[in-house]
Write a protein that binds this ligand. Sequence first.
Ligand code: ATR
Length: 275
Amino acid sequence: MKKWYAVIGDPIAHSLSPYMHETWFKENGVDAAYIPVRVEPADLEKAFLALRTLGVSGFNITLPHKESILPMLDRLDETAAVMGAVNTVVFDGKQYAGFNTDGDGFVQSLFAAAVDLDVKVLVIGAGGAARGIAFALKRAGFADIVIANRTVERAEELAQDIDGSALTLQQAENGLGEFGIIIQTTSVGLSKDQALPISLENIKPGSIAADIIYNPMETPFLLKAKEQGCITINGIGMFVYQGAIAFEKWTGIKPDTEKMMELITNKLGGQYVNK
Ligand code: ATR
């Protein structure tokens, strides 16, 4: 029987996940469908029951359900448990298992740009996204990870969990030249008018500046970093790789990420708002 998968979230209409997974199903000759479903927060439990009843083989979860889905699942992998958030669910015929592929997706996109594990890494932000990335950086073997956040207590908490250290945004700004990789995970930068989370005056030319946002493809943070001579990485890689890890969990197939990066970039080119 034809398998089917879904992504649930609210809003969901602009998600590129259906396009990405359906393209990969086609490319790999897998007879399956992938459907976006808008689920309001109050309906999550009912929606999960409906997905189960209708025989979903797996699904992705996006905002605002990544945390609230946890108690409904039969088991969680270690990363999802530590993060307290799930973005991928796999049904093995008996149980619904929750995974979080966001952090590893980000780190894979970083490795695609060839990085050195000995450089000092700065993560700006300490929310859910920063948490996933910080744990994945630690697992990947980065030795020196520093978290800077507006609310420094949150930075301290996350730093403690990954044996890193914490800074205020001001301290990060002053010492920016020490870092070889700077990762922007805050919601600042979604639009051109918003300020940068920190000033990039002291950034070291040649260092890597990464943003998890992919629309706009070039956030003010990335534009400024490029101006300062940095290598920039936008959020398209993270999006594609987190999807590729989920796809492999569902099908056992490693999809073509290189081609997908190009397809997604082209797709976003039309709606590039940062001009
Ligand atoms: P997500 O799960 O997407 O990471 P989140 O948990 O709400 O979202 O976290 C948002 C992050 O952006 C936090 O690090 C937040 O800083 P605080 O912990 O101090 O709230 C950061 N952030 C949001 N708006 C910001 C702003 N105007 N300046 C600096 N940091 C900001």
